[in-house]
Write a protein that binds this ligand. Structure first.
Ligand SMILES: [Zn+2]
Length: 408
């Protein structure tokens, strides 16, 4: 068995708790069989593991790999032309009317062959890895027909088998109403419930079932019915909730014990209280989306934390509203725009993200038994991760004990 000892570290941030009690100096980490064997005082571990392969981390900072718990990373083309139009003041509804917006991504996923979608996604996932992400959730939701949703989820499965990232698949057939069902909404909801969910579950293609619950898209009642149907088929609920307008999504996620309620830019005080009282449901905040859409206000992270909610951070990586692969940028937004402390933001991007994906065994932390997923930063203090924004000064990344990126 290959045993590694990562040593000569300025800090090890274990992310076992959301405060500076998890920042350790003079520590080393021992890895065996792809998992953390021990975290402890460097001098004593070096003494005890003299035959382990020694990795000199040159006074860098070691954190868990990022768990990006909300992305739409499988898509066809980028939508830069749409960004150009929006920056000139053309409203999204007008762009959608001209066939742009999500309609462009739906056309792509429906028309492109599976292997082409895989080939398009691989370099994008490599970029996530370049920014320190070692586990990523990927949603369907650009197919919006049974056949195309299954195709998009098969692409996710192929990516899981062919890239070093750990990938968690989510079925999001209720992302939007496809053009052919815009005026037959009840029929589309029935299609999702009666045909798509059973087909996805039968094929074993998803862990979670998600719904975009927002005024003008899926109502709370439709979302509840879809998520309950998913749950009956073994798919754990997740919810896009209260992104730009409030519709009681936070409360609904808590009621259904969803794994997470995501976005929450417009959550109400009642929704905050509901998530605060629901330990099963993580509040996942996606500030890069609000930045990119030019919004002036962000989700109430401090109020959610004060209410007792677990807060996670993710990129929402997608071609329409958040084309960034960068978790470090998301941390900066959390600290600068939402008043989170750097240590809270790091916990939110690792351990809390793992909780939003219901991952076991200390995933998202550096503790005995946890998967050996690490980022070695070319920094001397973890606060520099959000502080030096726009940069991702990473020296090395490990996934399950395998070194994937390295300038050591
Ligand atoms: Zn989303």
């Amino acid at each position: 068995v290959d045993t590694l000892i990562l040593t000569n570290l300025a800090q090890v941030v274990t992310c076992e708790r959301p405060d500076i009690g998890c920042v350790r100096e003079h520590a080393a980490v021992v890895v065996e069989g792809g998992r953390v064997l021990e975290v402890g005082e460097a001098a004593s571990l070096e003494e005890r593991y003299q035959r382990a392969e020694r990795v000199d981390c040159r006074r860098g900072v070691l954190t868990p790999g990022f768990v990006d718990s909300h992305t739409h990373a499988v898509f066809g083309g980028w939508r830069a032309a749409e960004y150009g139009l929006r920056s000139r003041g053309v409203p999204y509804m007008e762009i959608a009317r001209r066939g742009g917006g999500i309609n462009a991504s739906i056309r792509d996923v429906r028309s492109l062959p599976e292997d082409e979608l895989v080939a398009l996604a691989i370099p994008r996932l490599e970029q996530l890895l370049d920014h320190g992400t070692t586990t990523v959730e990927i949603k369907s939701g650009y197919g919006l027909s049974t056949e195309a949703e299954l195709k998009q989820l098969r692409v996710v499965r192929t990516l899981a088998a062919s890239t070093p990232l750990e990938i968690v698949p989510t079925f999001l057939g209720a992302h939007e109403f496809p053009p052919e069902y815009r005026d037959r909404r009840a029929e589309y909801v029935a299609l999702v419930i009666r045909e798509m969910i059973p087909a996805v579950a039968r094929a074993g293609l998803a862990t979670f079932c998600d719904v975009f619950c927002e005024p003008g898209v899926f109502t709370p009642d439709q979302a509840r019915r879809i998520l309950l149907a998913g749950r009956e088929h073994g798919l754990t609920p997740k919810l896009h909730a209260d992104e730009l307008e409030n519709s009681g999504g936070g409360e609904l996620a808590a009621e259904l014990e969803a794994a997470s309620a995501d976005h929450l830019g417009a959550i109400s005080p009642a929704g905050i209280a509901a998530l605060g009282a629901s330990p099963a449901t993580v509040a996942t905040l996606l500030p890069a989306t609000l930045l990119f859409l030019g919004k002036a206000s962000y989700a109430p992270a401090r109020q959610l934390l004060a209410a007792g909610a677990t807060v996670a951070l993710a990129t929402d990586f997608n071609p329409g509203s958040s084309p960034t692969p960068s978790m470090p940028l998301v941390l900066t937004l959390a600290c600068s725009q939402m008043g989170m402390e750097p240590i809270e933001s790091l916990f939110a991007a690792t351990a809390a993200g793992a909780r939003a994906l219901r991952l076991p065994d200390g995933h998202g932390t550096i503790a005995a038994g946890a998967p050996a997923d690490f980022i070695l930063w070319d920094l001397t203090d973890y606060v520099e991760i959000p502080y030096r924004f726009g940069a991702a000064p990473i020296r090395a990344v490990w996934k399950r004990g395998a070194r994937l990126r390295s300038s050591l």
